[in-house]
Design a protein around this ligand. Structure first.
Ligand code: B3K
Ligand code: ZN
Length: 872
């Protein structure tokens, strides 16, 4: 299995399953070794299948077959064939019962797919193709079955035994016990889950709109019981929100969440039994930052919303992954917007899309929201499927309006309840409910890449003419692009900053539907306006409009659209940094030009501190580098640092004022306004730290040592480390002494060190790899150290002479032996290869080729080969 080369799977080859499984009875006997899984499948030929043969193909990986029985008779060896990853049973009748027994070794499973052990607890991860590592089964999302699961284990060590649905029976047999769970809703096997452990539980209940009481239970290690309140509150809020917003109620009597320390991603929406990475469920003011609290709220909501968008209506095949993920991200984004500040949430989401997803679109891994082919589906849980997918749903929401969109979602859930469907089925419901033609819109699903939207205008004799054109650059495998339907939300601002009426009805905003390569619109206006374009980020495109600095300043001051204000600030910053890359000596001048603009933001900051913090944020090095024709690591680092430092000096008094004004009295509360105030304060401290302000180091050391919450404590530590301020090393030591026992906090300690700019961080990372608390088997730790190093630290990862690359690829090789999924995901950090200058590109590709020459999993191989192929 180690040296993998997977076959390419194509959407066009999709065929309905030859056999369906109506009912499954699983009996899982958990042992210290040789865990025994007995499966009883009620099989039936699929009437929709055109295959005449009675051969039934079951998936199975790493299973030791003990017995195989059809309708009570042991099957002779001539009737079945066991290959590497399949079991083919020949000539089955129209319907039959298949009983298999296999043994597996969850204790040895470090890939964290299927059944595995995390800190002494048995747990599962079956999406996308993990169920085949538990038992033989048609492991594909379009086979939906009713599950009855019996879990058996030692009573003392595993007092809690869980699976999907409701508990229906239990019993004891000497030192062992068992619990039987029944899930009445047919589901694909990727939603199966099982947990056994010695767990504490926070219990609560929720009464649905129709008056049913649902028992809510969140399980964690006993020591974490005090960190579950926020997740519980978030769960109840999500349940209420989905009833109110989508008319969707929860459908089982119990909803369970289990926190586990070893987890490949954030969380998993298994029916009635979500399994969460501890990082996405535990929250406590002392150990969790504001961002952490918000993440828990969003992920709890996301997994809960999947109960309908994903579980009740699921995906026909994995090419349709965005059907559930894009829609569910859109739903969780809307929820977070309603719970906090909608404008701030929108900017955060757009910022992440523009920096991460646009980069994916520019690189070797670019793929459509509905891909046409893949090798390993695990490699396609991407920002394109999730976040761009959410933007496609948002565009449909905006095209239809809230009422018609709700009619469309009602139609979708009622028409397809209990079925496995396609993104096209979703769009068809929206089309039908909205009475609109979305045929051209559908291209957004099949065409990869970020459209470049160019806007040009002129005003003459009372007529304002706006010309919009679009062009999508080629992506791997898709050289030619067609025009998309691009909704461009627009307002035109007059000299007083007010929106001007743009038609006879007196509307002051509109949405232009650009459907061709180039189109023109005209507006009768007495003077030249400043255009507010792509309001709310109405389409996931890159906008080119020759804004002058004065126009950007004007938009920042007057535009009533939060996204456009932020975009104006970003354009001002990007412009200044780009000029400084070319003329490094001019930082003081650039700062002097920006200071009045930032001063105005600060003057208004009390109205909305969170927004002010976003407007003041200097774009990150990666974001700046990605805008350049070629990555210039040193140039970007120098220019960006010089600007931040000059702004820190030029406005030192203003920043200190802000630090004072934003000191929050009273106990920590993770509420939107307080979060905004803290983030504004840290923004001010960051400018002061960048400037090497005389007082800032002492201030940060004190804050780090005395803060009563992790946001302040970690924020101070990060700045001390990042700018190598006096006291940084002692602060790191003190932090580790305080928190060595808290895994999630120690992840932050590793990350803070891995993000320190400079080539010598390569050595620091190397030393941290030998730290007793570093462990390749814990994905959170690996991401904290190596993910931060390669993904968020340009100057260290790309250090001259390629030492960062060599260290990283050595680590990837080791990680790949342990956990191929995580290794492949981290391999994506190398995707900027084609954008590097010749020398570093040569060093990186040499390191990658060296890695590929060794034994590499199919997951990592797919990613590395795509990256290398993109370098001509
Ligand atoms: N559906 C899961 C992701 C599973 C990833 C498998 N490699 C989490 C989520 O999106 O909710
Ligand atoms: Zn999801």
């Amino acid at each position: 299995m180690r040296d993998g080369q997977a076959a390419t799977i194509r959407l066009q080859d999709y065929q309905v399953p030859a056999f369906l499984v109506d009912d499954v009875a699983l009996d899982v006997d958990l042992r210290d070794s040789g865990t025994r899984v007995s499966a009883s499948l009620q099989l039936r030929r699929n009437p929709a299948s055109k295959t005449a043969s009675g051969d039934c193909v079951l998936n199975g990986v790493g299973l030791t077959l003990v017995s195989i029985v059809v309708d009570g008779e042991t099957l002779p060896a001539s009737r079945y064939e066991q290959g590497g990853e399949t079991l083919v049973i020949r000539d089955l009748p129209q319907a039959c019962r298949l009983d298999t027994v296999v043994t597996i070794e969850p204790q040895e499973n470090t890939a964290l797919e299927g059944l595995y052990v995390s800190k002494g607890m048995f747990c599962t991860q079956c999406e996308a193709e993990g169920f085949r590592r538990i038992t033989f089964f048609p492991d594909r999302p379009d086979v939906l079955s009713r599950f009855v699961t019996t879990v058996r284990a030692d009573k003392a060590r595993y007092p809690v035994l869980l699976s999907n649905g409701n508990p229906v029976a239990q019993g004891e047999e000497g030192a062992r016990h068992w619990v039987r769970w029944e899930d009445p809703f047919p589901k694909p096997c990727y939603l199966f889950a099982l947990v056994a452990g010695d767990l504490a539980c926070l219990e609560d209940s929720y009464r649905t709109g129709s008056g049913r009481d649902v028992s809510l239970r969140i399980y964690a290690e006993p020591r974490d019981l005090d960190k579950l309140d926020h997740a519980m509150a978030s769960l109840k809020a999500s349940m209420a929100w989905d009833e109110k917003t989508y008319g969707l109620e929860y459908d089982l009597d119990i909803y369970m969440i289990v926190a586990v320390s070893h987890f490949n991603m954030g969380a998993m929406e298994n029916k009635g039994l979500n399994i969460f990475n501890t990082a996405c469920v535990l929250a406590h003011p002392r150990t969790t930052t504001d961002a952490g609290f918000q993440r828990v709220e969003a992920v709890v909501a996301h997994e809960y919303f999947h109960n309908w968008s994903g579980n009740r209506v699921t995906c026909r095949d994995w090419f349709q992954l965005s059907l559930k993920e894009g829609f569910t991200v859109f739903r969780d984004q809307s929820f977070s917007a309603d719970m906090n500040s909608a404008a701030v949430k929108r900017v955060e989401d757009v910022d992440m899309l523009r920096t991460v997803q646009f980069a994916e679109d520019r690189g070797p891994m670019a793929h459509p929201v509905r891909p046409a082919e893949y090798q390993k589906i695990d490699n396609f849980y991407t920002v394109t499927i999730y976040e761009k997918g959410a933007e496609l749903v948002r565009m449909q929401y905006n095209l239809l309006g809230p009422e018609a969109f709700r009619r469309g979602s009602d139609l979708y859930f009622s028409r397809f309840d209990g079925q496995a469907v396609t993104t096209d089925d979703f769009v068809a419901c929206m089309e039908e409910a909205g009475g609109v033609d979305l045929s051209q819109f559908r291209r957004w699903y099949s065409q990869a890449g970020t459209p470049q939207l160019t806007a040009r205008d002129h005003w003459e004799d009372g007529l304002y003419t706006l010309t919009l054109s679009q062009q999508t650059p080629p992506t791997p495998g898709q050289p030619d692009k067609a025009p998309l339907l691009v909704p461009v939300a627009l307002a035109l601002l007059g000299p007083d900053g007010q929106r001007l009426p743009i038609n006879e009805a007196g509307d002051t905003a509109t949405v232009l539907a650009l459907s061709g390569s180039e189109q023109q619109w005209q507006f009768a206006l007495p003077q030249r306006p400043v255009p507010s374009l792509l309001r709310g980020f109405s389409a996931p495109v890159e906008l080119d409009y020759p804004y002058t600095p004065e126009q950007l300043h004007f938009l920042l001051a007057h535009d009533d659209d939060g996204y456009c204000r932020w975009d104006a600030a970003q354009r001002l910053y990007h412009g200044a940094i780009r000029r400084l890359i070319k003329a490094p000596g001019l930082a003081e001048q650039e700062a002097a030009a920006l200071a009045p603009v930032l001063g105005e933001v600060l003057a208004r900051a009390a109205d909305d501190p969170a927004e002010a913090a976003l407007l003041l944020a200097v774009p990150g090095e990666v974001a700046v580098g990605d805008q350049l024709p070629q990555m210039d690591v040193e140039g970007v680092h120098r220019a960006r640092s010089a600007l931040a430092s000059a702004l820190g000096r030029a406005m030192a008094a203003r920043w200190w004022e802000q630090v004072e004004a934003c000191a929050l009295p009273g106990p920590y509360r993770p509420e939107a306004r307080d979060i905004g105030i803290r983030s504004l304060r840290h923004r001010a401290l960051a400018f002061l730290a960048a400037a090497g302000d005389a007082r800032v180091a002492d201030f940060l050391v004190r804050l780090c040592d005395t803060a009563d919450n992790m946001t302040d404590e970690l924020g101070a530590l990060r700045l001390l480390c990042h700018f190598r301020l006096p006291g940084a090393e002692a602060a790191l030591a003190g932090f580790a002494a305080r928190w060595h026992d808290e895994d999630l906090v120690m992840d932050q300690w590793f990350a803070a060190q891995a993000s320190v700019p400079g080539a010598d961080t390569v050595h620091r990372v190397e030393a941290l790899l030998a730290h007793p608390a570093f462990d390749y088997r814990v994905p959170n730790r690996v991401r904290a150290l190596l993910g931060t190093f390669a993904g968020a630290n340009l100057t260290a990862f790309h250090a001259a002479d390629g030492q960062g690359y060599r260290l990283y690829t050595r680590c990837l090789a080791q990680l790949d032996q342990v956990n191929p999924q995580v290794a492949a995901r981290m391999g994506n950090a190398c995707a900027r290869l084609p954008r590097l200058p010749a020398e570093p590109a040569g060093q990186l590709s040499q390191a990658l080729q060296g890695l590929l020459a060794g034994t590499v999993s199919a997951n990592l191989r797919e990613v590395l080969e795509r990256i290398l192929a993109a370098r001509h």
